[in-house]
Design a protein around this ligand. Structure first.
Ligand code: NIG
Ligand code: FE
Length: 409
């Protein structure tokens, strides 16, 4: 067979198969579909066979120079990072130092710093600067095994900068290194110049949303629902408006308090509800009923040195599909590493390593609407495959702070 390449010499092939139609939940959240001594055949960027090495060597014989040696390691689907704020200007290392000395994250925001600091720097950043910043961090993500990335706007908060961020995100997707999904987050916070006139800003958010939709710049619409950001009434209005424009919905809810946004977003059919560090029983019931994915971001509690993490176990036991994401951003989670999220999930979210791997692959793919295309090793899917230099998949949780990924295909 011409054009086929065969990945061989794997201790395990972790397929995460069987959940392309709907995210894995409950007991299935930990089903990795492991093939010991497995192999994967790929052709034209697609997976054409997955099975035991012995079988695939017969069904897909290839010359030596068409084999990829996994070196006795573990083969997995590329990670999907379904929640990042990849594009911004400047950095927040000074505020992070203050935070480490005990200053509160929301206090910094209230005082006009935090997200507002990054908004000011991002408005100054040219398209060229944002592109090279984006390429740098996407390359770091790729090295760590992430092959699909969701990118939010939200550090512009004016028409020109928000649209610039979304265009840059689309451009990065067109460059083809990773699959990129874009989310419009004009509803991140109220920018300084609109503090005295919130309703005018809400109008502007929806105007930009309409324009971004018309120009096909954004796939999803997101709101930060929290004190210091958008209240329940505003969140409801924004999400309803976005739904009417044809957006898929996402929300930042339950990050610092149980504010009620979870039930609203779930009720409106949000694809995923993100953060969920704080979640009351109503929110849990609403999520379970709606079938929304709970996307957990343990990098935030780690980065801000908080002792409260989301309860992943409670979500999984309530039959809610769980995804993991880095939330990569300069303020609350400055890491591009999905392996680190798996390590944190096993230590702080009450999840097994198998549940965390499913959360970082197929469930994360569903959280960005791509469950049918990426996130698992199955025939017909995009050939986003990673090889990890580890003897078995448990090491993805067991190890931390070093990169287990040796090759990304
Ligand atoms: O997901 N919560 C709001 N947005 C980001 C933080 C953004 C920032 O601090 O710059 C988050 O944590
Ligand atoms: Fe976020």
């Amino acid at each position: 067979m011409t054009g086929v390449r065969l990945i061989v010499n794997a201790a395990e092939v972790v397929t995460c198969a069987g959940f392309s139609q709907a995210a894995a939940r409950g007991k299935d959240q930990g089903r990795l579909g492991i093939i010991p001594n497995g192999a994967v055949a790929i052709s034209d960027g697609k997976i054409v066979a997955v099975g035991s090495e012995a079988d695939l060597k017969k069904s897909h014989p290839v010359p030596d120079d068409r084999t990829i040696d996994a070196g006795g390691g573990v083969v997995l689907p590329g990670f999907v990072d379904p929640h990042t704020h990849l594009l911004f200007g400047g950095d927040r290392s000074a505020e992070w130092e203050q935070r480490m000395l005990g200053r509160d994250y929301l206090d910094i925001l209230r005082a006009g710093g935090g997200i507002q600091t990054t908004v000011a720097a991002t408005r100054e950043a040219s398209e060229k600067e944002l592109l090279s910043h984006g390429r740098l961090w996407l390359r770091r993500m790729l090295t760590l095994g992430t092959t699909t990335v969701e990118i939010k706007s939200g550090y512009g908060l004016d028409r020109d900068t928000e649209l610039r961020l979304l265009k840059v995100a689309r451009q990065l997707g067109a460059e083809g290194r990773q699959r990129i999904v874009t989310t419009y987050l004009g509803a991140h916070v109220i920018p300084e110049e609109f503090r005295a006139n919130r309703s005018a800003y809400l109008d502007l958010v929806m105007e930009i949303a309409a324009e971004a939709k018309e120009e096909d710049l954004a796939d999803f619409f997101d709101v930060f629902c929290e004190s210091e950001a958008f209240n329940i009434e505003e969140t409801t209005m924004l999400l309803k408006g976005a739904k009417a424009l044809g957006y898929g919905l996402k929300i930042h809810a339950g990050q610092f308090s149980d504010f009620g946004g979870t039930a609203v977003a779930a009720g409106l059919g949000a694809v995923s509800v993100d953060h969920l560090d704080y979640l009351n029983d109503d929110g849990l019931d609403a999520l379970a009923k709606a079938g929304a994915i709970g996307t957990l971001l343990p990098g935030v509690a780690f980065h801000l040195s908080l002792d409260h993490y989301a309860d992943g176990r409670r979500l999984i036991d309530a039959d809610i599909p769980v995804a993991l994401a880095t939330d990569f951003n300069p303020g609350s989670s400055f890491t591009p590493s999905m392996p680190m999220m798996i390590a944190l999930a096993t230590r702080h979210l009450g999840m097994t390593v198998a549940e965390a791997i499913v959360a970082a692959t197929i469930n994360a793919a569903h959280a960005v609407g791509l469950g049918g295309e990426v996130g698992s090793l199955e025939v017909g899917k995009q050939a986003d495959v990673i090889i990890c230099d580890i003897p078995d998949h448990k090491w993805l949780g067991y190890g931390f702070g070093w990169n287990p990924v040796r090759e990304v295909i």
